[in-house]
Design a protein around this ligand. Sequence first.
Ligand code: ADP
Ligand code: MG
Length: 469
Amino acid sequence: VWTRCLQFIKDNIDEQAFKTWFEPIVAIELTTENALYIQVPSKFFYEWLEEHYVKILKSALIKELGHNARLLYKIRMENTQGNKQPFTEQLPSSQREPVKTQELDVPIQTKNPEIKNPFVIPGIRNVKIESQLNSNYSFDNFLEGESNRLGRSAGMAVANKPGGTAFNPLMIYGGVGLGKTHLAHAIGVEIKDKHPDKTVLYISAEVFTQQYVDSVRKQTRNDFIYFYQLIDILIVDDIQFLSGKSGTQDVFFHIFNYLHQNGKQVILTSDKAPVDMQDIEQRLLSRFKWGLSAEIQHPDFETRVNILKNILYRDGVEMPQEVIEYVAKSIKSNIRELEGAIISLIAQSSFNKREITLELAKSVVDKFVKNVKREISIDYIQKVVSDYFKLDLDTLRSKSRKRNIVQARQLAMFFAKKYTKASLANIGSQIGDRDHATVLHACKTVDNLLETDKQFKAFFEDINNKLSI
Ligand code: ADP
Ligand code: MG
Protein backbone atom coordinates (compact mmCIF):
# COMPACT_ATOMS: atom_id res chain seq x y z
CA VAL A 1 0.00 0.00 0.00
CA TRP A 2 2.71 2.39 1.00
CA THR A 3 4.58 1.81 -2.23
CA ARG A 4 1.49 2.79 -4.16
CA CYS A 5 1.00 5.86 -1.96
CA LEU A 6 4.59 6.80 -2.66
CA GLN A 7 4.11 6.45 -6.37
CA PHE A 8 1.12 8.74 -6.22
CA ILE A 9 3.04 11.29 -4.17
CA LYS A 10 6.03 11.06 -6.43
CA ASP A 11 3.88 11.88 -9.41
CA ASN A 12 2.57 14.96 -7.69
CA ILE A 13 5.51 16.71 -6.10
CA ASP A 14 8.94 17.62 -7.30
CA GLU A 15 11.67 15.07 -7.29
CA GLN A 16 14.01 16.78 -4.84
CA ALA A 17 11.25 17.16 -2.28
CA PHE A 18 10.25 13.56 -2.76
CA LYS A 19 13.80 12.38 -2.20
CA THR A 20 14.24 14.51 0.90
CA TRP A 21 10.94 13.96 2.61
CA PHE A 22 9.51 10.67 1.40
CA GLU A 23 12.36 8.33 0.67
CA PRO A 24 13.53 8.21 4.30
CA ILE A 25 10.11 7.09 5.47
CA VAL A 26 9.73 3.46 6.44
CA ALA A 27 6.31 1.84 6.33
CA ILE A 28 5.82 -0.33 9.39
CA GLU A 29 2.41 -1.91 9.41
CA LEU A 30 -1.16 -1.66 8.30
CA THR A 31 -3.51 -2.55 11.12
CA THR A 32 -6.88 -4.17 10.82
CA GLU A 33 -8.38 -0.80 11.76
CA ASN A 34 -7.08 0.58 8.52
CA ALA A 35 -4.34 2.57 10.20
CA LEU A 36 -1.01 2.77 8.47
CA TYR A 37 2.08 3.18 10.63
CA ILE A 38 5.04 4.91 9.12
CA GLN A 39 8.33 5.74 10.72
CA VAL A 40 10.06 9.07 10.27
CA PRO A 41 13.58 9.99 11.38
CA SER A 42 12.78 12.89 13.67
CA LYS A 43 10.16 15.07 15.18
CA PHE A 44 11.21 17.88 12.95
CA PHE A 45 10.69 15.62 9.98
CA TYR A 46 7.21 14.83 11.20
CA GLU A 47 6.40 18.48 11.68
CA TRP A 48 7.67 19.33 8.26
CA LEU A 49 5.54 16.63 6.66
CA GLU A 50 2.54 17.74 8.61
CA GLU A 51 3.06 21.32 7.65
CA HIS A 52 3.87 20.90 3.98
CA TYR A 53 2.63 17.57 2.76
CA VAL A 54 -0.39 16.72 4.79
CA LYS A 55 -2.75 17.26 1.88
CA ILE A 56 -0.94 15.02 -0.52
CA LEU A 57 -0.51 12.37 2.15
CA LYS A 58 -4.21 12.44 2.87
CA SER A 59 -5.11 12.17 -0.78
CA ALA A 60 -2.77 9.25 -1.29
CA LEU A 61 -4.17 7.47 1.72
CA ILE A 62 -7.77 8.04 0.81
CA LYS A 63 -7.06 6.83 -2.67
CA GLU A 64 -5.46 3.62 -1.44
CA LEU A 65 -7.36 2.88 1.76
CA GLY A 66 -10.57 4.81 1.62
CA HIS A 67 -11.99 7.56 3.79
CA ASN A 68 -11.64 5.89 7.15
CA ALA A 69 -7.90 5.50 6.73
CA ARG A 70 -5.60 6.87 9.39
CA LEU A 71 -1.94 7.60 9.31
CA LEU A 72 0.16 7.10 12.42
CA TYR A 73 3.70 8.23 12.85
CA LYS A 74 6.44 6.66 14.80
CA ILE A 75 9.27 9.01 15.40
CA ARG A 76 12.73 7.83 16.07
CA MET A 77 14.13 10.06 18.69
CA GLU A 78 17.42 9.73 20.40
CA ASN A 79 17.39 10.29 24.11
CA THR A 80 20.43 11.33 26.06
CA GLN A 81 21.65 7.79 26.35
CA GLY A 82 21.61 7.58 22.62
CA ASN A 83 19.02 4.84 22.78
CA LYS A 84 16.42 4.85 20.14
CA GLN A 85 13.15 5.69 21.74
CA PRO A 86 10.36 5.31 19.31
CA PHE A 87 7.05 6.72 20.30
CA THR A 88 3.88 7.03 18.42
CA GLU A 89 2.17 10.12 17.32
CA GLN A 90 -1.11 10.37 15.65
CA LEU A 91 -2.17 12.38 12.71
CA PRO A 92 -4.14 14.23 11.63
CA SER A 93 -6.84 15.14 14.08
CA SER A 94 -6.31 13.64 17.50
CA GLN A 95 -4.01 15.09 20.09
CA ARG A 96 -0.59 13.75 20.34
CA GLU A 97 0.93 12.40 23.49
CA PRO A 98 2.97 14.99 25.26
CA VAL A 99 6.59 14.71 24.51
CA LYS A 100 9.11 15.29 27.20
CA THR A 101 11.32 18.21 26.47
CA GLN A 102 14.44 16.75 25.12
CA GLU A 103 17.54 17.10 27.24
CA LEU A 104 19.89 19.01 25.11
CA ASP A 105 23.32 18.65 26.43
CA VAL A 106 23.68 15.31 24.73
CA PRO A 107 27.01 13.90 25.70
CA ILE A 108 29.03 13.59 22.58
CA GLN A 109 30.26 10.16 23.55
CA THR A 110 26.91 8.52 23.17
CA LYS A 111 25.70 10.37 20.15
CA ASN A 112 28.64 10.41 17.88
CA PRO A 113 31.26 7.74 18.25
CA GLU A 114 33.19 9.60 15.63
CA ILE A 115 33.68 12.59 17.84
CA LYS A 116 34.14 10.55 20.95
CA ASN A 117 37.77 10.38 20.11
CA PRO A 118 38.13 12.92 17.42
CA PHE A 119 41.65 13.44 18.50
CA VAL A 120 43.13 10.04 17.88
CA ILE A 121 43.96 10.72 14.27
CA PRO A 122 46.34 13.63 14.39
CA GLY A 123 47.36 15.06 11.10
CA ILE A 124 44.31 14.03 9.18
CA ARG A 125 42.86 17.18 7.68
CA ASN A 126 39.43 16.19 6.70
CA VAL A 127 37.93 14.61 9.75
CA LYS A 128 34.21 14.96 9.37
CA ILE A 129 32.94 16.95 12.28
CA GLU A 130 29.31 16.47 13.22
CA SER A 131 27.81 19.72 14.37
CA GLN A 132 25.86 18.23 17.31
CA LEU A 133 23.10 20.69 16.57
CA ASN A 134 19.50 19.97 17.37
CA SER A 135 17.41 21.04 14.42
CA ASN A 136 14.30 21.22 16.59
CA TYR A 137 15.74 24.44 17.93
CA SER A 138 15.42 26.91 15.12
CA PHE A 139 14.80 30.61 14.69
CA ASP A 140 11.36 29.76 13.39
CA ASN A 141 10.22 28.42 16.72
CA PHE A 142 12.22 30.86 18.81
CA LEU A 143 9.57 33.46 19.35
CA GLU A 144 10.64 37.03 19.47
CA GLY A 145 9.84 39.33 22.35
CA GLU A 146 11.28 42.35 24.08
CA SER A 147 13.19 39.98 26.38
CA ASN A 148 15.25 38.34 23.65
CA ARG A 149 15.19 40.87 20.82
CA LEU A 150 18.83 41.89 21.09
CA GLY A 151 20.16 38.34 21.31
CA ARG A 152 17.90 37.16 18.56
CA SER A 153 18.83 39.86 16.10
CA ALA A 154 22.53 39.67 16.92
CA GLY A 155 22.24 35.93 16.41
CA MET A 156 20.64 36.47 13.03
CA ALA A 157 23.38 38.88 12.03
CA VAL A 158 26.02 36.38 13.07
CA ALA A 159 24.25 33.64 11.15
CA ASN A 160 24.32 35.78 8.02
CA LYS A 161 27.98 36.60 8.29
CA PRO A 162 29.71 34.30 10.74
CA GLY A 163 33.03 35.79 11.78
CA GLY A 164 32.24 38.87 9.74
CA THR A 165 30.42 41.03 12.29
CA ALA A 166 31.51 42.96 15.34
CA PHE A 167 29.72 40.32 17.40
CA ASN A 168 32.65 38.04 17.92
CA PRO A 169 32.39 36.45 20.32
CA LEU A 170 28.65 36.65 20.68
CA MET A 171 27.87 36.06 24.31
CA ILE A 172 24.29 35.24 25.23
CA TYR A 173 23.58 35.33 28.92
CA GLY A 174 20.58 35.08 31.21
CA GLY A 175 18.81 32.97 33.81
CA VAL A 176 17.79 29.34 33.68
CA GLY A 177 15.19 28.25 31.16
CA LEU A 178 15.06 31.50 29.22
CA GLY A 179 16.20 30.18 25.86
CA LYS A 180 19.99 30.47 25.73
CA THR A 181 20.54 26.92 24.53
CA HIS A 182 17.68 27.19 22.08
CA LEU A 183 19.06 30.39 20.59
CA ALA A 184 22.58 29.00 20.42
CA HIS A 185 21.34 26.00 18.43
CA ALA A 186 19.17 28.20 16.24
CA ILE A 187 22.18 30.27 15.23
CA GLY A 188 24.15 27.14 14.43
CA VAL A 189 21.30 25.60 12.47
CA GLU A 190 20.87 28.80 10.48
CA ILE A 191 24.57 28.97 9.70
CA LYS A 192 24.59 25.39 8.47
CA ASP A 193 21.68 26.25 6.30
CA LYS A 194 23.14 29.40 4.83
CA HIS A 195 26.77 28.32 4.73
CA PRO A 196 26.82 24.58 4.24
CA ASP A 197 30.55 24.59 3.63
CA LYS A 198 31.34 25.85 7.14
CA THR A 199 32.20 23.54 9.97
CA VAL A 200 29.96 24.23 12.93
CA LEU A 201 30.31 22.62 16.34
CA TYR A 202 27.95 22.93 19.28
CA ILE A 203 29.31 21.72 22.57
CA SER A 204 28.45 22.25 26.20
CA ALA A 205 31.28 23.55 28.34
CA GLU A 206 30.86 20.47 30.48
CA VAL A 207 31.52 18.07 27.62
CA PHE A 208 34.35 20.27 26.43
CA THR A 209 35.89 19.96 29.88
CA GLN A 210 35.49 16.20 29.94
CA GLN A 211 37.10 15.89 26.54
CA TYR A 212 39.97 18.04 27.63
CA VAL A 213 40.54 16.12 30.84
CA ASP A 214 40.46 12.91 28.83
CA SER A 215 42.99 14.24 26.37
CA VAL A 216 45.36 15.13 29.17
CA ARG A 217 45.04 11.67 30.62
CA LYS A 218 45.67 10.07 27.25
CA GLN A 219 48.41 12.55 26.44
CA THR A 220 46.60 13.79 23.37
CA ARG A 221 46.25 17.41 24.41
CA ASN A 222 47.74 18.67 21.16
CA ASP A 223 45.28 16.66 19.13
CA PHE A 224 42.49 18.11 21.21
CA ILE A 225 43.61 21.64 20.41
CA TYR A 226 44.17 20.76 16.80
CA PHE A 227 40.66 19.41 16.48
CA TYR A 228 39.13 22.64 17.73
CA GLN A 229 41.24 24.65 15.34
CA LEU A 230 39.44 22.96 12.45
CA ILE A 231 36.17 24.57 13.39
CA ASP A 232 34.71 27.63 11.69
CA ILE A 233 31.89 28.31 14.13
CA LEU A 234 32.36 27.19 17.69
CA ILE A 235 29.34 27.32 20.00
CA VAL A 236 30.06 26.66 23.67
CA ASP A 237 27.03 26.43 25.92
CA ASP A 238 27.11 27.27 29.62
CA ILE A 239 30.61 28.63 29.63
CA GLN A 240 30.25 29.44 33.34
CA PHE A 241 30.95 25.75 33.83
CA LEU A 242 34.62 26.56 33.32
CA SER A 243 34.63 28.46 36.62
CA GLY A 244 37.52 27.34 38.75
CA LYS A 245 38.83 24.94 36.10
CA SER A 246 42.06 26.62 35.23
CA GLY A 247 43.48 23.95 32.94
CA THR A 248 40.39 23.94 30.79
CA GLN A 249 40.26 27.74 30.79
CA ASP A 250 43.81 27.79 29.63
CA VAL A 251 43.23 25.53 26.68
CA PHE A 252 40.02 27.35 25.83
CA PHE A 253 41.89 30.65 25.84
CA HIS A 254 44.35 29.19 23.40
CA ILE A 255 41.65 27.85 21.09
CA PHE A 256 39.64 31.05 21.33
CA ASN A 257 42.59 33.19 20.28
CA TYR A 258 43.38 30.95 17.37
CA LEU A 259 39.83 30.99 16.08
CA HIS A 260 39.34 34.69 16.61
CA GLN A 261 42.57 35.61 14.88
CA ASN A 262 41.54 33.50 11.92
CA GLY A 263 38.20 35.19 11.53
CA LYS A 264 36.22 32.26 12.89
CA GLN A 265 33.06 32.84 14.87
CA VAL A 266 32.70 32.02 18.54
CA ILE A 267 29.31 31.93 20.25
CA LEU A 268 29.04 31.50 23.99
CA THR A 269 26.24 31.25 26.49
CA SER A 270 26.38 31.78 30.20
CA ASP A 271 24.00 32.02 33.11
CA LYS A 272 25.77 35.19 34.25
CA ALA A 273 26.98 38.38 32.68
CA PRO A 274 30.73 38.36 32.06
CA VAL A 275 31.23 40.92 34.85
CA ASP A 276 29.56 38.62 37.34
CA MET A 277 31.43 35.45 36.45
CA GLN A 278 33.42 34.01 39.28
CA ASP A 279 36.69 32.15 39.07
CA ILE A 280 37.25 32.80 35.42
CA GLU A 281 40.62 34.18 34.48
CA GLN A 282 40.70 37.88 33.78
CA ARG A 283 42.28 37.45 30.37
CA LEU A 284 39.44 35.17 29.34
CA LEU A 285 36.78 37.52 30.70
CA SER A 286 38.28 40.37 28.76
CA ARG A 287 38.05 38.27 25.58
CA PHE A 288 34.40 37.61 26.28
CA LYS A 289 33.83 41.35 26.28
CA TRP A 290 35.42 41.87 22.89
CA GLY A 291 32.24 41.16 20.98
CA LEU A 292 28.68 41.62 22.07
CA SER A 293 27.08 40.43 25.29
CA ALA A 294 23.34 40.13 24.88
CA GLU A 295 21.15 39.44 27.85
CA ILE A 296 18.03 37.32 27.60
CA GLN A 297 15.55 38.61 30.13
CA HIS A 298 12.36 37.27 31.56
CA PRO A 299 9.70 37.12 28.87
CA ASP A 300 6.83 39.56 29.16
CA PHE A 301 3.22 38.42 29.29
CA GLU A 302 2.64 38.76 25.57
CA THR A 303 5.68 36.68 24.71
CA ARG A 304 4.64 34.01 27.18
CA VAL A 305 1.22 33.83 25.57
CA ASN A 306 2.83 33.55 22.14
CA ILE A 307 5.12 30.78 23.29
CA LEU A 308 2.19 28.83 24.70
CA LYS A 309 0.18 29.30 21.54
CA ASN A 310 3.07 28.07 19.51
CA ILE A 311 3.26 24.88 21.55
CA LEU A 312 -0.47 24.33 21.20
CA TYR A 313 -0.27 24.89 17.49
CA ARG A 314 2.66 22.50 17.21
CA ASP A 315 0.78 19.83 19.12
CA GLY A 316 -2.50 20.46 17.38
CA VAL A 317 -4.33 21.22 20.62
CA GLU A 318 -6.93 23.90 21.13
CA MET A 319 -7.39 25.73 24.38
CA PRO A 320 -9.60 28.61 25.47
CA GLN A 321 -7.88 31.97 25.51
CA GLU A 322 -8.62 32.50 29.20
CA VAL A 323 -6.83 29.24 30.02
CA ILE A 324 -3.78 30.23 28.00
CA GLU A 325 -3.71 33.56 29.76
CA TYR A 326 -4.07 31.93 33.12
CA VAL A 327 -1.05 29.73 32.50
CA ALA A 328 0.96 32.67 31.19
CA LYS A 329 0.09 34.68 34.29
CA SER A 330 1.02 31.89 36.67
CA ILE A 331 4.50 31.18 35.37
CA LYS A 332 6.67 34.15 34.67
CA SER A 333 10.30 33.50 34.97
CA ASN A 334 11.18 30.26 33.26
CA ILE A 335 10.10 29.20 29.80
CA ARG A 336 10.97 25.59 30.44
CA GLU A 337 8.48 25.59 33.31
CA LEU A 338 5.93 27.36 31.19
CA GLU A 339 6.23 24.57 28.63
CA GLY A 340 6.12 21.96 31.36
CA ALA A 341 2.89 23.38 32.76
CA ILE A 342 1.07 23.50 29.45
CA ILE A 343 2.25 20.00 28.60
CA SER A 344 0.95 18.61 31.91
CA LEU A 345 -2.31 20.34 31.25
CA ILE A 346 -2.60 18.79 27.81
CA ALA A 347 -1.68 15.43 29.29
CA GLN A 348 -4.23 15.70 32.09
CA SER A 349 -7.01 16.52 29.73
CA SER A 350 -6.17 13.83 27.22
CA PHE A 351 -5.56 11.05 29.78
CA ASN A 352 -8.75 11.78 31.63
CA LYS A 353 -10.66 12.82 28.54
CA ARG A 354 -11.56 16.07 30.22
CA GLU A 355 -12.24 19.30 28.52
CA ILE A 356 -9.65 21.97 29.15
CA THR A 357 -11.44 24.44 31.35
CA LEU A 358 -10.13 27.21 33.53
CA GLU A 359 -10.91 25.06 36.53
CA LEU A 360 -8.83 22.15 35.29
CA ALA A 361 -6.05 24.57 34.38
CA LYS A 362 -6.04 25.99 37.89
CA SER A 363 -5.67 22.63 39.54
CA VAL A 364 -3.00 21.36 37.15
CA VAL A 365 -0.97 24.54 37.04
CA ASP A 366 -1.08 25.16 40.77
CA LYS A 367 0.12 21.66 41.41
CA PHE A 368 2.78 22.05 38.79
CA VAL A 369 4.07 25.27 40.26
CA LYS A 370 4.29 23.69 43.70
CA ASN A 371 6.08 20.64 42.41
CA VAL A 372 8.77 22.49 40.58
CA LYS A 373 11.65 21.90 42.85
CA ARG A 374 13.93 24.73 43.53
CA GLU A 375 17.35 24.10 42.15
CA ILE A 376 19.29 21.93 44.56
CA SER A 377 23.03 22.04 44.19
CA ILE A 378 25.51 19.27 44.88
CA ASP A 379 27.09 21.44 47.55
CA TYR A 380 23.77 21.84 49.26
CA ILE A 381 23.20 18.08 49.20
CA GLN A 382 26.61 17.41 50.70
CA LYS A 383 25.88 19.94 53.40
CA VAL A 384 22.53 18.40 54.30
CA VAL A 385 23.95 14.87 54.32
CA SER A 386 27.01 15.73 56.38
CA ASP A 387 24.95 17.76 58.87
CA TYR A 388 22.57 14.86 59.21
CA PHE A 389 25.34 12.43 60.07
CA LYS A 390 27.24 15.06 62.07
CA LEU A 391 30.29 14.80 59.87
CA ASP A 392 32.20 17.68 58.49
CA LEU A 393 32.33 18.24 54.76
CA ASP A 394 35.97 17.25 54.40
CA THR A 395 35.32 13.94 56.11
CA LEU A 396 32.44 13.26 53.78
CA ARG A 397 34.67 13.90 50.80
CA SER A 398 37.68 12.11 52.28
CA LYS A 399 39.01 8.71 51.27
CA SER A 400 37.89 7.17 54.56
CA ARG A 401 36.50 3.64 54.26
CA LYS A 402 34.67 3.75 57.58
CA ARG A 403 31.26 2.28 57.05
CA ASN A 404 29.16 5.20 58.23
CA ILE A 405 31.22 7.66 56.22
CA VAL A 406 31.07 5.53 53.09
CA GLN A 407 27.31 5.31 53.43
CA ALA A 408 26.92 9.04 53.91
CA ARG A 409 29.04 9.67 50.85
CA GLN A 410 27.04 7.19 48.82
CA LEU A 411 23.82 8.85 49.88
CA ALA A 412 25.16 12.23 48.84
CA MET A 413 26.02 10.81 45.42
CA PHE A 414 22.63 9.18 45.11
CA PHE A 415 20.78 12.39 45.92
CA ALA A 416 23.02 14.41 43.65
CA LYS A 417 22.00 12.10 40.84
CA LYS A 418 18.37 12.29 41.85
CA TYR A 419 18.07 16.02 42.32
CA THR A 420 20.55 17.64 39.99
CA LYS A 421 21.20 17.43 36.31
CA ALA A 422 24.91 16.91 36.82
CA SER A 423 26.59 14.02 35.03
CA LEU A 424 27.96 11.09 37.04
CA ALA A 425 31.48 12.28 36.29
CA ASN A 426 30.67 15.74 37.53
CA ILE A 427 29.07 14.41 40.71
CA GLY A 428 32.11 12.26 41.34
CA SER A 429 34.51 15.10 40.88
CA GLN A 430 32.58 17.32 43.29
CA ILE A 431 32.20 14.70 45.99
CA GLY A 432 35.81 14.00 46.77
CA ASP A 433 37.35 13.66 43.34
CA ARG A 434 35.97 10.30 42.32
CA ASP A 435 35.09 8.91 38.93
CA HIS A 436 31.74 8.20 37.38
CA ALA A 437 31.97 4.45 38.03
CA THR A 438 32.18 5.13 41.76
CA VAL A 439 29.05 7.23 41.60
CA LEU A 440 27.23 4.58 39.64
CA HIS A 441 28.28 1.98 42.17
CA ALA A 442 27.12 4.25 45.00
CA CYS A 443 23.70 4.60 43.44
CA LYS A 444 23.34 0.84 43.06
CA THR A 445 24.47 0.26 46.62
CA VAL A 446 21.91 2.72 47.93
CA ASP A 447 19.19 0.99 45.92
CA ASN A 448 20.20 -2.36 47.44
CA LEU A 449 20.44 -1.07 50.99
CA LEU A 450 17.00 0.46 50.73
CA GLU A 451 15.65 -3.03 50.15
CA THR A 452 17.60 -4.76 52.88
CA ASP A 453 18.48 -2.32 55.63
CA LYS A 454 15.64 -0.69 57.56
CA GLN A 455 17.87 1.65 59.52
CA PHE A 456 19.47 2.86 56.33
CA LYS A 457 16.09 3.35 54.78
CA ALA A 458 15.05 5.54 57.69
CA PHE A 459 18.16 7.70 57.23
CA PHE A 460 17.42 7.89 53.56
CA GLU A 461 13.88 9.05 54.08
CA ASP A 462 14.84 11.66 56.64
CA ILE A 463 17.37 13.20 54.32
CA ASN A 464 15.08 12.96 51.37
CA ASN A 465 12.45 14.91 53.29
CA LYS A 466 14.94 17.58 54.17
CA LEU A 467 15.97 17.91 50.56
CA SER A 468 12.53 17.99 49.06
CA ILE A 469 10.92 20.59 51.29
P1 ADP B 1 18.37 27.93 28.87
O1 ADP B 1 19.44 27.30 28.03
O2 ADP B 1 18.45 29.43 28.91
O3 ADP B 1 18.28 27.35 30.25
P2 ADP B 1 16.61 26.70 26.96
O4 ADP B 1 17.20 27.23 25.70
O5 ADP B 1 16.90 25.29 27.29
O6 ADP B 1 16.97 27.64 28.18
O7 ADP B 1 15.03 26.95 26.88
C1 ADP B 1 14.11 26.29 27.72
C2 ADP B 1 12.89 25.92 26.93
O8 ADP B 1 12.17 27.07 26.57
C3 ADP B 1 13.24 25.21 25.64
O9 ADP B 1 12.34 24.15 25.43
C4 ADP B 1 13.07 26.28 24.58
O10 ADP B 1 12.70 25.73 23.34
C5 ADP B 1 11.99 27.14 25.16
N1 ADP B 1 12.14 28.54 24.75
C6 ADP B 1 12.98 29.44 25.28
N2 ADP B 1 12.87 30.64 24.68
C7 ADP B 1 11.92 30.48 23.73
C8 ADP B 1 11.34 31.36 22.76
N3 ADP B 1 11.72 32.64 22.65
N4 ADP B 1 10.40 30.84 21.95
C9 ADP B 1 10.00 29.57 22.06
N5 ADP B 1 10.50 28.69 22.95
C10 ADP B 1 11.45 29.14 23.78
MG1 MG C 1 20.85 25.86 28.49
